[in-house]
Ligand binder design. Structure first.
Ligand code: 5RP
Length: 252
């Protein structure tokens, strides 16, 4: 059974509404309270996770945390964590991670997630599956009734070889959900987005629910050319949501 605790909003300096970035920061700082000295910590990717990396760096600098090893989930996070003087390693050296902290694009009531709009889903999944605790940090806009509800993309990382073939297979698989797939580009000029693993990303858009997430996950992974997808099912152990009314911590 899940347990929910409501924590009062830690920062209330004005009566004006907090920005989305301020909410992300509140969720991130709350998550870093779970980090203890000596831990191996998975460092997520994206604007929310960046606040957690900043905070861990700050607490190391102050000597409040010691002996932390960070495992970055992307080259971008690696660069940022290095700049914050966080000692880094990888899952070959540390196959078991104590705790990972990362953002998400959607969180459903069962704590299933969509991740990967920031382009790092494969390394995130490898590292977060290896984590004893996986703490997800979001502002309230990411909370949905069901996966796909936001209308935003569900990313799939694929090999570049004959990518239109793989895109066609994905659209066919979710034909009943009105699926449209788009190859991710950096901008309108159409330069193809390349992941840290030198792969491409297809963003899937659905008109209807994709139904059972495990069935969908297995079916996507059976398509030749697919490397992995942004559905993170039954992986989160804690979800921290920061909203105008305060912070909610939900445990599995
Ligand atoms: C990156 C991710 C991010 O965690 C997700 O896209 C959320 O990003 P942000 O914190 O910037 O809203 O999955 O691959």
């Amino acid at each position: 059974p899940s347990e929910t605790t409501n924590v009062p909003k830690p920062i209330m300096t004005t009566s004006s509404p907090l920005s989305q970035d301020e909410l992300k920061k509140i969720a991130a700082y709350k998550a870093v309270e779970f980090v203890e000295s000596g831990m191996v910590v998975g460092l997520g990717t994206g604007s929310t996770a960046k606040h957690a990396v900043d905070r861990i760096g700050e607490l190391l600098q102050q000597g409040v945390l010691t002996n932390i090893v960070g495992i970055p989930t992307s080259l971008k996070t690696q660069e940022h964590a290095c700049a914050c003087n966080i000692p880094l390693s990888d899952i070959e050296t540390h196959p078991v991670i104590d705790l990972a902290i990362d953002g998400a694009d959607e969180v459903d009531p069962d704590m299933n997630l969509v991740k990967g709009r920031g382009g790092a889903l494969l390394r995130e999944k490898m590292i977060e599956i290896a984590s004893k605790q996986f703490v997800v940090i979001v502002d309230e806009s990411k909370v949905v009734e069901y996966i796909g509800r936001s209308g935003l993309a569900m990313p799939v990382e694929i090999v570049p070889f004959c990518w239109k073939f793989t895109l066609g297979k994905l659209e066919l698989l979710f034909e009943e959900a009105g699926c449209v797939g788009k190859l991710r580009t950096y901008d309108e000029n159409g330069e193809i987005f390349v992941t840290d693993n030198k792969n491409y990303t297809i963003d899937l858009y659905f008109k209807k629910s994709i139904g059972d997430l495990r069935i969908a996950s297995d079916a996507i992974l059976r398509i030749p050319g697919v490397v992995d997808h942004g559905l993170f099912i039954d992986m989160a152990t804690t979800v921290i949501v920061a909203g105008e009314q305060g912070v909610t911590v939900k445990n599995k």
